[in-house]
Design a protein around this ligand. Structure first.
Ligand code: ADP
Ligand code: MG
Ligand code: MG
Length: 193
């Protein structure tokens, strides 16, 4: 067990497929509390990532670096640098660990540092901070992913575009939390990690 170039690429291609399948839904969530581009931003980025990874890198560190660079240069918005940071931190950590829980923990620390958000600010940090400990404890389930994403609905946004709406951001799922939910779902479905 542990991360390999092959199962890492499987995970990311599965994430990419989920983004593609749900890009309209993700953008609709963003239309309610943002500028309506989240699904399209992520789709553009993940298509470029899958294209890039069709030439297989030699190490997991190289895979993570290529994902990070590609996301930073193609996604844009708030989510591009944040997902980019997550994968860059996983690249760094992968020099000494192939444990997915430890890698995701490093990614979460990077996202928080980069965006300044804390749990309950209605950002992707909400989903990551609930689910990373579940991955570490080997207890991640589909139900936990769904409930972490759904729990962002009743929060008032404190960071990002949705925070401009104040109380009116309540009642809508956070788009970046939903896309992050797909990343964890894709992980759950990937054999051997
Ligand atoms: P933009 O808001 O620039 O159009 P996107 O629509 O692609 O970018 O991404 C919006 C998502 O980014 C939000 O739903 C939220 O999850 C996430 N996000 C925004 N700001 C922050 C932040 N400071 N920290 C963590 N996540 C954030
Ligand atoms: Mg947006
Ligand atoms: Mg935007």
């Amino acid at each position: 067990m542990g991360l390999t170039v092959n199962n890492l690429i499987d995970w990311i291609n599965n994430f990419s497929a989920k983004i593609e399948q749900n890009k309209q839904y993700l953008s609709d969530l963003d239309t309610a509390i943002g500028d309506g581009d989240h699904g399209f931003n992520m789709s553009r980025g993940m298509k470029a990532v899958s294209q890039k990874l069709s030439t297989k890198p030699e190490t997991i560190t190289d895979v993570f670096k290529q994902i990070a660079m590609t996301l930073i240069s193609t996604v844009g918005g708030a989510s591009g640098p944040l997902y980019g940071t997550a994968f860059l931190e996983m690249a760094k950590k992968s020099a000494t660990s192939d444990d997915i829980g430890e890698l995701l923990e490093a990614a979460l620390t990077g996202i928080k540092k980069r965006g300044g958000a804390e749990p309950r600010d209605k950002t992707m940090v909400d989903v990551w901070s609930v689910l990373v400990p579940e991955v570490k404890a080997h207890n991640l389930t589909r139900e936990k992913i769904d409930s972490a994403v759904a729990a962002t609905k009743d929060l008032v946004a404190k960071k990002g575009r949705a925070s401009y709406l104040g109380e009116r951001s309540k009642g809508h799922i956070d788009p970046g939390s939903q896309s992050s939910g797909y990343l964890f779902e894709a992980l759950l479905e990937t054999e051997g990690i």
